[in-house]
Design a protein around this ligand. Sequence first.
Ligand code: OFO
Length: 174
Amino acid sequence: MISKKMVKALNEQIGLEGYASYLYLSMASWCDKEGMEGCAQFMHRQSEEERMHMLKIFHYLSEVDAHALAPAIKQPPHEFESVRSMFEQVYKHEQKVTASINKLVKLSYEENDFTTMEFLQWYVEEQREEEALMRTILDKIKLIGDGPSSLYYIDQEIEKINAKAAEAEAGGEA
Ligand code: OFO
C-alpha cells in the first residue's frame, strides 16, 4: 500500500506539473503577442505535455487507491524580458522539476515503494530529454543572438523543432 508521505509528495508534484503547464501557456500567449508563431506553437505543445504529466500522476494515485488532489495554481508571469530570458526560465523550471522527481525517487526507495519507483522512471527519462532540448534551444539562441533582427531566425529554428515533434507524433513516437 502506498504511504501517506508518498501520496503527499506525489500530490505536490501534481502542483508543480500543473504550474509548468500554466507557465508555458502564459509564455505561448506572450510569444504570440510578440509575433513569434513558432515559439508560441512550441510553448502550447509544452503546456499540453505538462498537463499530461500532471494527469499521469493524477491517474496513478487513483489507480493505487489514493486521493489525487486538483492543485491550486499560482498565477504565472505574463511578461518576459526577451525570448532568451523566457527560455532560460523554462530551463530553470525544468531543472527544478528534475530535482523534485529525483527527490520522489529517493522517497520511493526509502519507503520500499517499488511500484512508485517504477512509475517514476518515465519521468526521469522525460526530464533528461526536456533539459537536453532546452539546452539545445539556448545554445542556438546564443549562436544566433537575440537582438530584434535575430528573432525571425530563432523562430525559424523553433519551427524546425515543431516540425520534428509533429513528425514524431505522426509516427507514434511522441
Ligand atoms: Fe513535467 O516537467 Fe517538464 O517535462
